[in-house]
Every structure is written in structure tokens, then in C-alpha cells.
Design a protein around this ligand. Sequence first.
Ligand code: HEC
Length: 449
Amino acid sequence: MSFESRGRGVVARAVWPLATICVLFAVEPARGADPPRLVAAWAAGPMEVRLAWDGPVDEAFAGRLVGRSITFAKPSRPGWDASKTPRGAIKIAASRRADGGRTLVLATDPHPTATSYLLRLDDAGGMPAEYSLGGVEASWGSGVEGDEPSWTAWWPSLDLKDWRALAARGSTEHAARLADLSKPGRLSIRTLLRLPQGTYAARLWSNVPVEASINGEDALKSSATPRGEYRVELAVESSGDVIDLLATLPTGLGGAPTALRATLATRAEPKSERALSDLLVPWSPTPAAPVVAPAAAPAFDLNGGDAARGEAVFFSEQARCAACHQVSGRGGAIGPDLSNQAGRDLASIYREINDPSAFIDPEYQPFVVANKDGRVAVGLVRAAGSDGLRVVDTASQTTELRRGDVAELRPSASSIMPAGLIGVLGEQKMRDLLAYLSTPPQSKSGGKR
Ligand code: HEC
């Protein structure tokens, strides 16, 4: 991919492997007064997106983004017509200008899955901002044991040339971070490698001594090459799961600016190297290898239920479906609206009720939220204002937390929808419930109230 910053006579080009496309740029020829152009968009954390502009954006524009959705492609769901699978959305809960208006910091719902995200910016005179969860997380600080890093930032790759290209394009934040790298300190870079099964040699090259480790193992130190570079080689055995890579190097040693790049070779062809790509930020949700357990056939006949009785079950205290779901405008809005289940086969609706965690819609991806004080909340997480978040648990109870208090946010494999409801309700009520859900909305007995 290449990008160029038009209008300033500067053309910066960087060729990136397709899989690390993280930064998008977007710009139509300016009409009238030059509106600021988007330079880059990235997820700075699970619940934070940043947009860099080549000039200050105004307060009103920043405010207009609040309440908007960032959309993402959802995987198709078993038993659903793929064309019906809409895009998922995460909401922007707050927007703040930084770097004199050249960076916008957006507080968002958590990014549920490693896919590409899109924010429409028609009113900024531009094409959408697009980003993925690709890239690395860099921290820089004194390097003294026990010291907190001075900053942690997103970068597109393990190649410092890409960092410089981003700064040159006009990302104020990245330019400021790069400037720090000429000061004495220590830079740590973490990322997740996605590699097909196999045996690889991952190599990091620098003009300063570099250390690297994978999956928390002991760090290996680089050795000097005849060409005066430092190189560290990691033997990587990939099972197909992501591999955690950590690299650290000193900064501000004087002389030439710090250089770093990373290459990958397979064991079969150790001499044929390519740039190490397909990286995910360390906090990225990573798809667990899909467990395609054969769906258990229902143990009883699902047909013959009564929709009117099913409606009563749906809204009953015993089933509590309506605590989380709406049908025809009635009920809670925690889970998906179930008004449009008509036309689906009963067995697939049954499976979703019987085993809610078998396929979790990414829009309803639950998280384990670990608080700094040791408390843990599990549930759907939604951003609340610039500083808060709400966690809705399996009992449909809401816990409010402050973002600053959250130590870790990790996707959970269990849906917040309670399992075992079928055991509680019994066969007859289950049949009635299925009859109710699969009846088209206009013919449901109660109708809209
Ligand atoms: C505590 C909240 C909660 C309760 C109670 C609950 N659900 Fe759910 N349900 C969810 C969430 C969240 C999802 C979406 C996540 C997922 O795919 O598992 C979901 C998904 C579903 C789906 C899949 C439909 C779709 O479009 O994604 C069906 C069908 C469903 N629930 C039916 C029911 C029925 C019937 C009951 C009552 C017996 C019930 N649920 C009780 C939260 C709940």
C-alpha cells in the first residue's frame, strides 16, 4: 500500500504487507478552505480510537462524532442467511481533542474481534477512517526496573521506517513519540504474531543491541553481525495460535537514529526472508480455534407449540427472556431484538437457547473486566462517557466502573445469556416459546403494545 501526503510537496511512500493495513487516509481533493485531512486512524486500546489529522479539527466536529457508530463485518452465523448478517457496530461515547486539535481521542465500546473497522466521516469531507487491530504496542521509559513507562503508543509494524513514515505524514502524536527515541531510555515493543502452523526463524535487526522473547520465555540477546548490525534470532514453533513477542532496546545512545526491522524465514528455507507481518496489538481479542462440535439434536419434538402460551413464557419471571430481549418493542435491550426470528428453523433457534456460547455474536461479546483493586466483573461492556464503562452480567445487572480503574479487559468465552434454560422450563414451555419466536411479528397474538 502506498500513501502520499498531497498538498505539501512531500510524498512519503511506505509499502506495507497487506495484512498490516491499519492506517487509512482518506482524502478527497479539498474544496474551498482546506479542511484538515485524516492522516491515520488506529485503536490505541480496547476502548479507545485515535484519529490523526494534518491540521486542527474544531471542537464542533469532535462533538459530532459522539454517539456515532464504528462498524465492522460480522462473521456469518450458523443457521442464518449470510446476506442477513448485518455489520456490527461499536459506539463512540466521548470525543476529545489533543495535540492542539490534530489528534482526536475517541472513547468507544470495546473492540470485540480482530477485524477491520470503519468510521464514516462524510461531514469531514473525506472518505471513511478505516483501521484494524494490526500493529504493535510500544512503551518507552527510563528502563529502570519498577519505573512505569513514560508512554505507551500504537505503531503500525516492527519496522521503525514505518513509524517515521507515519510521523512524516503528519501524525503529531507519532512525531512526538519518535522524538523521545533520541533520548536515553528503553523501548519495549509487544505484539502478537499470527503464523500458520510450522517452524520459523523470526529475526530482529537493529543498530543497537536488542533483546527479544516469545510467549514470556527468557529473553535472547542479539549478537553483532559482520556488517555491524545487531541481530537476534528466535526459533518459533507455531501451532496456529497467536504468539506473544516482546522486544526491548536502548534508545538515545547517540550516533545514528535507532533502527529496527524484523524478518521471518521458514525452517525449510532459512535464507528466504520476508518482513515479519500479520501482527496484532497485544490486547487484541484473538479468535480461539473454532470448536465445531456437532450440534446435539434436540431430545424431543420441537413442533406443535402454542405461540400465545409461548408469549407468556417469554415474559415470565421463570424464563426471564424479556429481561434481556425485546420482541415487537417490549422487553429489555441488553441482548439482540428477537422480533425477526420468523422463518428460521426451530432447531437452530433451539440450539441458540440451549447452548448460547456455541456462537457468540461479536456485538454481544462478553468481557472479563479486572479492576485494579482485584474485583472482577464479567459481562457485556459498553462505554459510558469519557471515563466510565458499564458491565451487564448474566443476571442482567449493571456494574459501573471507571476506565482508569480497569487493569485488564479480556474476552470471555461464555455468553451472558444463561445456559440451561431448557432444563428449567421443560419441553412443553420450550415448544411454546419456539412457536412464539418463530411466528412473524404481525401475527403474534399480543402484537405491538
Ligand atoms: C442475561 C441476558 C439474557 C437472558 C436472560 C436471555 N438472553 Fe438470549 N441472548 C442474550 C445475549 C447477550 C445474546 C447474544 C449473544 C449470543 O449470541 O450469545 C442472546 C442470544 C439469543 C438468541 C440468538 C438470536 C440472535 O439473533 O442472536 C436467542 C434465540 C435467544 N437469545 C433467546 C432467548 C430466550 C428464548 C431467552 C429466555 C428463555 C433468553 N434468550 C434469555 C442475552 C440473554
